[in-house]
Design a binder for this molecule. Structure first.
Ligand SMILES: *Cc1c(COP(=O)(O)O)cnc(C)c1O
Length: 373
């Protein structure tokens, strides 16, 4: 009997880096500086360099990164922002927190990401920005989105929460638009030991506004230029992220190996609709945050894997427009068939830098058995 395969294992990555991470945490404890000090500036410098942009502004979490970058773009009540119909609800909440209205656009069902061909249809005279998500770590098709934005004078903000290390036509996610919002939630490819987030941008104005907004609207202590927020990435998290950033490419490489192994094993099954593996366009280098299959027998597949000790997840079971949170919004009475279909048939299999070949073989064998290969 093979050991159980957890969907997500955060402890083994820590153990690999225990010496460095423990030293980083103790260094902060000993420094006597816990907010907005040297660990944050050095992580901001390193992450901006990793992404290849001028600025990185550390924030408290990914939702604030979305919300505050839209504010820094001066988007608010009366404005509309185009969002994917299928995404984690944070994408939409970042828009509604500014007072603007999220306008959903359906995905390209092959890639799960917003379909550029459907965007122009959703543009009105209130539209101010497009907010594509690099869902599951697969980059959205950014060139046509940029062309549409230029034609209509719109801003583009990447939701890069799942995309640390992903590349689009050789360019890094996070450097493909006016700004990008990042989450360093523990389960992300670059994860903290608690909540953390950031924005990357080449735009000096957006960067400057964010630095003020995150710290009570203050540039000089006790002088408040705007009604700001408390949204700071603390020194301990920044120090841990700095250590883990050094491992990001190697760990993503390992995720890529696992994804290709899944593809190869499942590619020969001829399971039809019972098992459809992710489609990766030739211009995309995903960072494999998630390995998401689609299955017409998803519930049976998930139950059967669970019975064999294999953890899976559904990202996401209810699309934002069908959530009670948006029951009072006009979108609640609209239909988004592709988003709803995906909610019914997607299943995320275990993937992570420390999933062993034995564990993956067990997953492959049990998936094969369940779909009748
Ligand atoms: C995780 C995530 C967020 C939000 O990040 P938090 O740090 O949890 O606030 C936003 N968008 C997407 C697509 C995410 O996966």
């Amino acid at each position: 009997m093979t050991d159980a395969v957890p969907f997500l294992d955060l402890r083994t990555p820590y153990l690999e880096l225990k010496g460095e991470i423990d030293a980083a945490m103790l260094r902060v404890a000993d420094s006597g500086w816990y907010l907005l000090a040297s660990e944050l500036s050095s992580f901001e410098r390193d992450f901006a360099a990793y992404v290849g942009v001028k600025h990185c502004i550390g924030l408290a979490n990914g939702l604030d990164a979305l919300h505050l970058s839209l504010r820094a773009m001066q988007i608010g009540p009366g404005d509309e922002v185009i969002v994917p119909s299928n995404t984690y609800i944070a994408t939409w909440l970042g828009v509604t927190q500014t007072g603007a209205v999220p306008v959903p656009v359906e995905p390209d069902p092959r890639t799960f990401n917003i379909d550029p061909d459907r965007i122009e249809h959703a543009i009105t005279r209130r539209t101010r920005a497009i907010l594509p998500v690099h869902l599951y770590g697969q980059p959205a098709d950014m060139d046509p989105i940029a062309a549409i934005a230029t034609r209509h004078g719109l801003r583009v903000l990447e939701d890069a929460a799942q995309a640390q290390g992903a590349r689009y036509r050789g360019r890094a996610a996070g450097a493909l638009a006016d700004a990008a919002a990042w989450s360093f939630y523990p389960g992300k490819n670059l994860g903290a030991f608690g909540d953390a987030g950031a924005v990357t941008t080449n735009d000096d104005n957006i960067a400057d506004r964010l630095r003020v907004l995150r710290n009570y609207g203050s540039r000089v202590k006790y002088t408040n230029e705007v009604q700001g927020y408390n949204s700071r990435l603390d020194e301990i998290q920044a120090a841990i992220l700095g250590v883990k950033l050094g491992r990001l490419d190697a760990w993503n490489e390992r995720r890529g190996v696992l994804a290709r192994r899944y593809d190869a094993a499942f590619g020969t099954l001829e399971a039809g609709d019972k098992l459809v593996t992710p489609i990766v366009p030739d211009w995309a280098s995903p960072c494999w945050h998630l390995y998401v299959v689609r299955s017409s027998v998803r519930e049976q597949l998930q139950a059967s894997l669970r019975a064999h000790g294999i953890g899976t997840m559904i990202h996401y079971p209810i699309p934002p427009h069908q959530q009670a949170a948006y029951a009072n919004s006009p979108v609640s009475s609209m239909t988004f068939p592709l988003a709803s279909q995906m909610a019914n048939d997607v299943l995320s299999l275990p993937i992570g830098p420390h999933l062993t070949a034995d564990q993956q073989d067990h997953v492959i064998a049990m998936v094969t058995q369940a779909v009748g290969g």
